[in-house]
Design a protein around this ligand. Structure first.
Ligand code: UD1
Length: 426
């Protein structure tokens, strides 16, 4: 297994381009199945999860390739509605295949999806949504079958604004007969990106970005070229790393409006942030201030996907901070690792009490999930001494070679691959 070795304690500085959003690219790649022909997607990051989605599309009979930052999916050859179990287990986002395959073939067979172990991660809202569009659902020990000879629009209220369920319903409803209205829909920017993509294929969808999305079904969608939005979580991770190392960094190719809640928190911590067009600058000198209370919640509130990273900054802040996680129940696994680096954090149910310490110290730690892993990299960059982060395949799921990203900003870190894999790569 690869490891990251980090020599910490140096302020980050310089400029970095932010890559495309994984969470926008994955549903959009799945949605390409809604048309027959060649879909071309730009600004698609090179990540493990993207590789898994390419693998699934190819196994479904499509021809899907990644060249530079462009993904080309020729969907005409798609010939099965059965998502391969081995790939389904590797990634939660394989669930996005449900809506498109159901709409295209009238049936879909999936398995319980895998992904980061950050909570129970049920799929009941996806299934209820598709069932409201007329799908018959049958579950056995490990398979889930959805069948509908014709999907029909309906009013669907989500008990919780689930990102994935909103997206799955939008994709299935795009080709349903009649109008679907999703209320209490998730409002994340990635949902707006999916709406823009589907509309570029000829769908009639409005309201993404608000809590009510209206989808007027159409009978056919056409292939298109589309550019994926920048990754707000990668941008946020770099901003927090700059703040934690007391550096000065410029980010390009971003959408600053997607990061408003993070800006608010960083400013409260005493960090200076400026934004102009697609550029964000951050500058941080001195010790960050503690923040009385941060609560993670669906967009536009503070994102759960930046909770572990911001906890590193709060670990170094002057005073006591409270972090409350309301989206996933199992998302404090990074705490034990941060404590091994000298952080003073106590967890009670879904609240973490963080008493800031003047510095963190290098240690050997383990990435337990994607964002927890990113947090440990930030901690390593800010800490005194050497940090080794293990289990970094989790980090590779969402960051394109994170070591290069931070090396460009003056971070001293490298990847160590086992000898056998090095020979393999040579
Ligand atoms: C997406 C993001 C992920 C982010 C999360 C919340 C992608 C590929 N991933 O994940 O990075 O952390 O949004 O912002 O876009 N839930 C149910 N039943 C369901 C679906 C969800 O109870 O059918 C619950 C989940 O267990 C969780 C909460 O709703 O507690 C949020 O999940 P959801 O918004 O669906 O997240 P994902 O789409 O999985």
């Amino acid at each position: 297994m690869d490891k990251l070795v980090i020599e910490g304690g140096r302020p980050l500085s310089g400029s970095i381009r932010i890559h495309g959003a994984k969470n926008a690219a994955l549903p959009i790649m799945a949605a390409s199945l809604l048309c027959e022909g060649k879909v071309q997607l730009q600004n698609v990051p090179r990540l493990l999860d993207i590789d898994v989605m390419l693998g699934i599309l190819n196994r479904l009979g499509c021809s899907a390739i990644h060249k530079g930052d462009t993904v080309i999916v020729e969907t005409s050859g798609a010939n099965t509605c059965h998502v391969p179990e081995d790939l389904m287990k590797q990634m939660r986002s394989s669930i996005f295949l449900m809506g498109p395959l159901l709409a295209r073939f009238g049936e879909v067979c999936i398995y319980q999806p895998g992904g980061c172990a950050i909570g129970e991660r049920k799929i009941d809202l996806h299934l209820r949504g598709l069932s409201a569009l007329g799908a018959k659902i049958e579950e056995n020990d490990h398979q889930i079958w959805c069948r509908a000879s014709k999907l029909k629009g309906n009013d669907i209220h989500l008990d919780f604004p689930s990102v994935g369920a909103t997206e799955n319903i939008m994709m299935a409803a795009a080709l349903a007969e009649g109008t679907t209205i999703i209320s209490n829909a998730a409002r994340e920017p990635e949902i707006q990106d999916l709406q823009h993509f589907l509309n570029a294929m000829g769908a009639r969808i409005m309201g993404a970005g608000t809590d009510t999305i209206t989808i007027q079904g159409v009978s056919r969608l056409e292939p298109c070229d589309y550019e994926i939005i920048p990754d707000r979580i990668v941008a946020g991770t770099v901003l927090i790393a700059a703040a934690a190392t007391r550096g000065t960094v410029t980010l390009t190719h971003t959408y600053p409006s997607h990061l408003t809640s993070l800006f608010h928190v960083l400013r409260r911590a005493g960090v200076q942030i400026g934004a102009y067009n697609d550029i964000i600058t951050i500058s941080s000198i001195g010790r960050p201030k503690a923040i009385e209370r941060i609560v993670t919640s669906p967009y536009p509130s503070f994102p759960t996907d930046l909770q572990s990273q911001i906890m590193v900054l709060l670990s170094l802040a002057d005073g006591l901070s409270l972090m409350k996680e309301t989206v996933f129940e199992g998302r404090f696994k990074h705490v034990d690792e941060l404590v091994r680096m000298g952080a003073d954090i106590t967890v009670d149910m879904n609240s973490a009490f963080i008493r800031g310490v003047p510095r963190l110290y290098g240690a050997t730690v383990e990435a337990t999930d994607l964002r927890a892993g990113a947090a440990l990299v930030i901690a390593g960059l800010a800490a005194q001494g050497k940090t080794v982060v293990e289990q970094i395949h989790h980090i590779d799921r969402g960051y394109d070679r994170i070591e290069l990203l931070f090396q460009r900003l003056g971070g001293v870190m490298h990847r160590e691959a086992p000898i056998l894999r090095q020979l393999d790569l040579a």
